[in-house]
Write a protein that binds this ligand. Structure first.
Ligand SMILES: C[S@@+](CC[C@H](N)C(=O)[O-])C[C@H]1O[C@@H](n2cnc3c(N)ncnc32)[C@H](O)[C@@H]1O
Length: 267
């Protein structure tokens, strides 16, 4: 399948808002520089009218790229990501990063989740403070599988991971194998399973979180944890209020580049 690449001239602050709005329209990937945001969509079903509305007033260039070029582009731009001394995320062609507790190998191709984005980075950093040992985990919107892989490395007994993007599931399986993971189950799906988990990881976006909040709360055991991200600082009030309505208590908030991550605990 071909992909649409749009290069948008935008400041770093504008880029964060554009990422949020374009994610809601189904963008499948982003790359950021100081002056430009590159955004990718599947050519099939590309919502051109809605995207043009979001991009009104920005200087843009649009091109169609073949899948193979897309992968090469991602991989050539992928630099290791370091989360303190806790975790390094790198590709197979990088040298191992010394002095880390955990190392994750990711070949991102077209999926979201290399650790470069503030939301993934904060999810990983918050995961450091959570006891995953022997726990049942659900990863909602797994992308490359990065958080599911980290959950297994932290000792989770079983991780169910879903994504509504077929390519992400294929890529998540590859990455899980690359990291010798054996306790991750990946499914192409967009609904919260009718099971119960000790810990839910949900780095998605405000709309999807609000839409599925009731099911997420039902899917977590008493005293269980839900770790959210994919949220902008401007989303905090709405999300915290909605969570409290569903009996969740805010345990820890973290922010980075206008993005937040919220650790919630069930009653
Ligand atoms: C922000 S990315 C997070 C990827 C990875 N978990 C991380 O932390 O880097 C969100 C992922 O959620 C997926 N997604 C978006 N809406 C979804 C839905 N309704 N159901 C399942 N997956 C969804 C997207 O395809 C994307 O891979």
């Amino acid at each position: 399948m071909n992909h649409i690449q749009i290069s948008i001239e935008a400041s770093e602050e504008q880029q964060e808002l554009l990422i949020s709005e374009l994610s809601d329209l189904g963008a499948t990937g982003f790359e950021q520089t100081n002056t430009h945001l590159l955004v990718y969509f599947d050519e099939e079903g590309f919502p051109s009218y809605e995207v043009n509305e979001v991009l009104e007033g920005h200087n843009t260039t649009v091109q169609t790229i073949a899948q193979q070029n897309w992968n090469a582009l991602w991989e050539s731009n992928f630099q290791p990501v370091i989360v303190d001394d806790f975790c390094a995320v790198r590709a197979h062609f990088h040298e191992p990063v010394q002095g880390m507790q955990h190392e994750i190998l990711i070949t991102p191709k077209m999926s979201f989740g290399t650790g470069h984005h503030a939301t993934t980075w904060m999810m990983m950093q918050q995961m450091r403070g959570i006891d995953f040992n022997g726990k049942q985990v659900f990863d909602f919107g797994t992308g490359t599988g990065i958080l599911a892989i980290l959950a297994e490395k932290l000792g989770a007994a079983n991780i169910d991971a879903i994504d509504n993007d077929e390519w992400s599931i294929e890529n998540g399986i590859e990455n899980a194998e690359r990291n010798n993971c054996s306790r991750i189950n990946l499914y192409l799906d967009s609904s919260v399973p009718g099971k119960q988990y000790d810990i839910i990881l949900a780095n998605i976006n405000r709309n999807v979180i609000l839409m599925h909040l009731e099911h997420l709360v039902k899917a977590v055991v008493p005293q269980g944890l839900i770790l959210f991200s994919g949220l902008l600082t401007t989303d905090e009030e709405v999300i915290v209020k909605a969570c409290e309505t569903h009996g969740l208590k805010l345990i820890k908030q973290q922010s980075r580049n206008n993005w937040i991550s919220l650790l919630m605990q069930c009653a």
